[in-house]
Write a protein that binds this ligand. Sequence first.
Ligand SMILES: [Zn+2]
Length: 441
Amino acid sequence: MELHIGIDDTDSTQGGCTTYIAARLVERLTKIGAKFTDYPKIIRLNPNIPYKTRGNAAVSLRLNIPSELYDSVQEETIEEVEENSWLGREGTDPAIVFLKGRPLFKIRALSRKALIDVVSVQEAQEVLIRCHTAAFTYGSRLGLVGALSATGQELDGDHTFELVAYREKKNWGTPRRVDQMSVKRMDRLTAPRTFNSYDFENERTLVTPHGPDPVLLGIRGENPRVVVKALHMVRIQEPVERWVVFRTNHGTDAHLNATPLNGKIRPFTPAVLKGTVFDKPERITGSHVFFTLKCDGAKVRCAAFEPTGRFRGIVAKLIPGDQVTVFGGLRKRAGFPMALNLEKLQIHRLQEDVRIENPTCPRCGKHLKSSGIGQGFKCAKCSFKAPNAKKTSTTKLRSLEAGLYVPDRRAQRHLTKPLSRYGLEKKTHSNGPPIGKWHDP
Ligand SMILES: [Zn+2]
């Protein structure tokens, strides 16, 4: 029988990682005779949920097992989650969903909603009951939303792969020993088949996370072969406990593609808005850049925050009248108006930058002052009078071009499609057996 296992929220801000549990389960379940019919999947959901600070990722496994194996699969999975979750920590509320057969429409619909909206535990619970699906939850049961939604994401369209390598437990919490130069070289040799491995603007590696979690590194790419090849190009100076290739919705814009153009503007959801720049962008403390977009009569604050790097410089060059589409997440912080956190900017048409000024004085070159309506101009310095002079208009050259702009690599969201992936999108499902190494010698 076909079985989908969804797991979410096993980690806390102090450590742990749901993908690590999935990686271990691939080994454990294979050992007891379960057959995997797809790569294990990492599913990123709505990145704008305020209480999900670590990227909102859930995992899902798809297996084919004889019915008599079901109980053992369930036992092994629960045991694994209980052993390796940060149970009892604040914000760690794991859930496991066991879904027999293909995900029904209701689950797929919930899953689509979880990508672009806020789904309550109660909503997830109702779908669970209606679909006669088994679930095990802990703590506040918050993990149920992600666990159930992960089973409903089949990644039939565009998807990517991520090879995740894990550290030996004794090294958790210590600096990761991965040679930066080798990552840079690997990126040069494998991109665009791999993506977002190295940040050339800021000269830093992007494959290694920074927290105390078991992840040593993650390499993203278009197919399993290239990420495995890339792993072997990276010089790693500590033991690798195991590595596994996941299929994911990373770098696919899944959340933006599912968002209707100029749809409802609500906090904690993604938005894609086509409109006109309403005011001149301004820099605010911490060198964030803000501007107002006018769209269907509504005005929306748009923000390019400091980590987006050079992208802020592009945003700062906009002027009122420019026609753009903004892509991003709507955030609302207490005491501040709702703002769209820019993930992408498409500039369709640039407004001419025309400046209308008073004429200049032929003697001293200063701008003349108006002497009143219909009375010409006068120089404030030398009193030169020009009763018949007219205002002049000059068109400034724009140092900006129409096109698509994205933030610096380090600020890109997991789900955001990097520029290098445009044209590489997949249209069909690709599945295969799990690829990985459980114990590196
Ligand atoms: Zn003058």
